[in-house]
Design a protein around this ligand. Structure first.
Ligand code: NAD
Length: 352
């Protein structure tokens, strides 16, 4: 199994180093190749996604990504900014499906803005389509109409695009609680009406998965009212953008949440949802768990190593249950450990 390792900027280096320790400790046949991306790559080569890095990512079975972003490059032209590396990778590799779990470990339920009993034990997955919808539909623009400016965008999905993401949703549900909720706005939007029809067609191939449908406005409400009712949610790019951020905030701890962006052959890019955290970079205090859990997702979704993924997730649960906390998830006054100490603890918990 070939893994491209792209640590990137800020805390990226520190957190990816811990995830690598955990992966190596599994002693699976994995080859790692590392390359610069983001601001560090721009500094070295003049481009945030150099040819060599892209080539490494193309050849790999999966990509483990840290974070990109460096305020020193805020004023350079947009196409050269560190963050463009992610968009470039998504486009070049055809990563069309974004998988974002939102989990609340019982020990961390107090970090949520919601009441602990509403979120404790939460474990949902949002599957968001990444390459279509109103963000890319044409025509779009700002034009003059009757003497005033008018902005317009086009929401569109082809049935092949809906079918593809629906399969991703059903397959993910099959690996979890076997329930899929498709979120749309079929009461108002024709695009959504087609979306719903196609999802229902695809459902015939997954008789073991229970399908339901929900309008997006209701889904936004249900996510804060009773988020534990969901298993997997599948939705389009626009609705998924909003709902996945809403779901991540249910957990209250950005340093804990992994994500995956997948292509049609199950190759994926795995990264924490947080950024390069320049305010704490280099201090050895960043929480590596989101990246370690991203490595677990990589094993499950790209490398078909479900047992190894579960080993990592169980180790993380064990470490949290033992009371270890980085600063971002520590209760006031509680003892805090650094990035490396947390990584080492997960490695130690793997063995037991
Ligand atoms: P951020 O996610 O980097 O940080 C937000 C806050 O959360 C900060 O206070 C940070 O210290 C804290 N935080 C984040 N990750 C943490 C961790 N693992 N452990 C402990 N605390 C953590 O978001 P931001 O500050 O808005 O952005 C910083 C840079 O990251 C910007 O350049 C932005 O463009 C970039 N960014 C990149 C990605 C990505 O690489 N996918 C995603 C979001 C932001």
């Amino acid at each position: 199994m070939k893994i491209a390792v792209l640590p990137g900027d800020g805390i990226g280096q520190e957190i990816v180093a811990e995830a690598m320790k955990v992966l190596r400790a599994l002693k699976l046949p994995m080859d790692f190749g590392e390359a610069p991306v983001g601001g560090v790559a721009y500094e070295k080569t003049g481009h945030p996604l150099p040819e060599g890095t892209l080539a490494l990512a193309r050849e790999a079975d999966a990509i483990l990504f840290g974070a990109v972003g460096d305020s020193r490059f805020d004023n350079i032209e947009r196409s050269k900014r560190p963050e463009q590396a992610i968009l470039g990778l998504r486009k070049a590799l055809g990563l069309f499906a974004n998988l974002r779990p939102a989990m609340v470990y019982p020990e961390l339920a107090d970090a949520s803005a919601l009441r602990p009993e509403v979120v404790a034990g939460l474990d949902i997955l949002i599957v968001r389509e990444l390459t279509g919808d109103i963000y890319f539909g044409e025509p779009k623009g700002i034009r003059m109409t009757d003497g005033e400016r008018e902005g317009f965008d086009t929401m569109r999905y082809r049935e092949s695009e809906v079918r593809r993401i629906a399969h991703t949703g059903f397959l993910a549900a099959r690996k979890r609680g076997k329930r899929l909720c498709s979120v749309d706005k079929a009461n108002v939007l024709d695009t959504s009406q087609l979306w719903r029809e196609v999802v229902i067609e695809v459902a015939k191939e997954y008789p073991d998965v229970e399908l339901s449908h929900m309008y997006v406005d209701n889904a936004a409400m249900q996510l804060v009212r009773n988020p534990k009712q969901f298993d997997v949610i599948v939705t389009g790019n626009l609705f998924g953008d909003i709902l996945s951020d809403e779901a991540s905030m249910l957990t209250g701890s950005i340093g804990m949440l992994p994500s995956a962006s997948m292509d049609k052959n199950n190759k994926g890019l795995f990264e924490p949802i947080h950024g390069s955290a320049p305010d704490i970079a280099g201090k050895g205090v960043a929480n590596p768990l989101a990246t370690i859990l991203s490595a677990a997702m990589m094993l499950r979704y790209s490398l078909n190593q479900d047992a190894a993924a579960e080993r990592i997730e169980a180790a993380v649960r064990k470490v949290l249950a033992s009371g270890l906390r980085t600063a971002d998830i520590a209760a006031p006054g509680a003892k805090r450990v650094g990035t490396q100490e947390m990584g080492n603890a997960v490695v130690a918990a793997l063995g037991a």
